[in-house]
Design a protein around this ligand. Structure first.
Ligand code: UN1
Length: 512
């Protein structure tokens, strides 16, 4: 089945209304429509209407009305809606997971994993809907009590990237809804169809649920100008943006200038330290999954392997032997481990990075185009392994492709310094069986990243932890732990139940 036929069948089963590929290729896509291409063959699979700049203001107005009603619904009842959404996702897991594969190009296992991540965050949010706790605080004044109350923000804008086209929205949306907000979503223009499918499933969850106002969820289809318009609107209390550091640099000042809130999850340049005592069999499996999984297009992808000089001769030959055998191909096929890059341009960007690495002294293995004869419009590439003499310029950049740079180190201090010497600060890990090394890596003087792991790779986080990173990664935290607090505003309340009016700090201010 061609990707276009596969997509048409899934959209029909999910009840999604979009122009499917047949009409796009017949030239009947509406003018200005956003055409979606499958990375599998680089050909159109459907089109959606462009929301337009005017559409942004209208969507925010409706979302504001929805938020004003939704904030009065008790949080556990809001959780019930999210529970229903989670049930819809369970029922549609196979179709939605396959649609992710068709529109994003990640292998089916990972497409299904992404939908599971949505289901998991829904479950988490349902529990959270009964745990939006505030503190009670001791007052210094007699007959007084202090407490914190958490209230909804209103409208939450979500800008998401192509690489996790559904899960990242779900992290934000599920929490935002139980916290009492309405969500306006600008997905990547590379993945408009999966966004429509999510919206359809959410609408299905809302059917027959009387407490849910309309416009609790809206999808805006468009390019960066739509995202900028969303970010600039003062009615959007929080803009949660996931994508490149470049995108974050464009969005964050627009929100800051109006004193809105941002939650940024931007670029990563993630490292793994492999220490002398590491279990190399485990390390090898972790390296492969985190370096070439999702064709190197996770923000958590392993990009820098920092290996102790005493074991490099044991580890590197195994990687060199393995890399050329990693199956590159149609992500729907069960044996495939590495699907296509998002498009042919991403393949060219990978080539430019490899050329730069070679010019900076790197020894490049792999990285060549694949399946050009059968799929001339797609961006299939063999994963690349590049031994570098030092952490040069190109190693410090995030290239969204399966390129693993290998560096050597002598002392743990040196390894930690290399880990921390890049502008990004998302994910990191160490393979060691030495407790002291592991603890040092996790300590205040260790990894400076938002995620620091021991004996697992940097990618593939569970939803229960807070997800995000430091420095150019943007500082935001999404998903688990207490990340929900970003979606609410905190009020500090002081209540006087005495018949006097003592002032704080013992101030005397007597009147009359
Ligand atoms: C992303 O790439 O933007 O930790 C998100 C991971 C996934 C999420 C990645 N759970 O790799």
């Amino acid at each position: 089945m061609t990707p276009a036929q596969d997509v048409a069948a899934i959209l029909a089963r999910l009840g999604v209304e979009a122009s499917v590929a047949a009409s796009v290729s017949a030239g009947s896509a509406p003018p200005g429509a956003i055409v979606s291409h499958s990375p599998i063959d680089g050909l159109p699979i459907g089109s959606v209407a462009y929301s337009g700049i005017e559409g942004v203001a209208a969507a925010i107005a409706l979302a504001s009305t929805a938020a004003a009603a939704w904030r009065n619904v008790p949080p556990p009842l809001r959780g019930e809606l999210v529970r229903r959404f989670g049930m819809k996702l369970r029922a549609a897991k196979d179709d939605l997971g396959r649609l992710v594969t068709l529109e994003n190009g990640k292998i089916l296992q990972e497409g299904l994993g992404e939908v599971q991540e949505m289901i998991d965050i829904c479950d988490f949010a349902v529990g959270l809907s009964r745990q939006l706790h505030g503190l009670t605080i001791a007052s210094e004044r007699p007959g007084h009590r202090m407490m914190e109350t958490w209230h909804p923000l209103g409208v939450v804008g979500v800008i998401s990237a192509f690489n996790f086209p559904v899960a990242v929205w779900a992290w934000n949306a599920a929490l935002a809804w139980v916290c009492g907000n309405a969500v306006v979503w600008k997905p990547s223009e590379n993945t408009p169809l999966t966004a429509l499918a999510c919206q359809r499933l959410f609408e299905a969850a809302c059917e027959g649920f009387d407490a849910a106002p309309s416009a609790l969820s809206t999808v805006l289809q468009g390019d960066a100008s739509v995202g900028q318009t969303l970010a600039a609107d003062p009615r959007v209390a929080l803009v949660s943006a996931t994508g490149s550091t470049r995108m974050g640099r464009a969005v964050a000042p627009v929100v800051a200038v109006r004193f809105g809130r941002v939650l940024l999850e931007l670029g990563g340049n993630n490292a793994m330290v492999v220490a002398p005592s590491a279990d190399l069999d485990l390390a090898l499996r972790a390296i492969v999954f985190s370096a070439v999984g999702t064709a190197g297009q996770r923000c958590t992808t392993l990009r820098r392997l920092i290996v102790h000089e005493s074991i490099v001769d044991r580890l590197l030959p195994r990687l060199r032997a393995l890399w050329p055998t990693l199956a590159v191909g149609d992500p729907r096929e069960p044996g495939t481990l590495v699907g296509p890059l998002i498009d042919a341009a991403a393949g060219e960007a990978m080539q430019r990075a490899l050329d730069a690495a070679a010019a900076e002294g790197g020894i490049v293995l792999g990285g060549e185009p694949r399946l050009r004869d059968t799929h001339p419009h797609a961006g299939y590439r063999a994963p690349a392994l590049v031994e570098m003499p030092a952490q040069t310029d190109i190693v410090q950049q995030e290239t969204f492709a399966p390129i693993l740079y290998v560096l050597r180190y002598r002392t743990l201090d040196e390894a930690i310094a290399l880990n921390n010497a890049v502008a990004q600060g998302l994910a990191s890990s160490i393979f060691t069986t030495d407790l002291r090394e592991a603890e040092r890596f996790l300590s205040a003087a260790g990894s400076d990243c938002g995620i620091a792991n021991v004996n697992i790779g940097p990618s593939g986080a569970e939803i229960g932890g807070a997800f995000g990173g430091e420095k150019e990664t943007g500082g935001g935290r999404e998903s688990g732990s207490d990340a929900w607090k970003a979606y609410m505003r905190r009020a500090t309340n002081t209540i006087n139940y005495s018949d006097a009016l003592p002032l704080a700090q013992g101030i005397r201010f007597d009147v009359g």
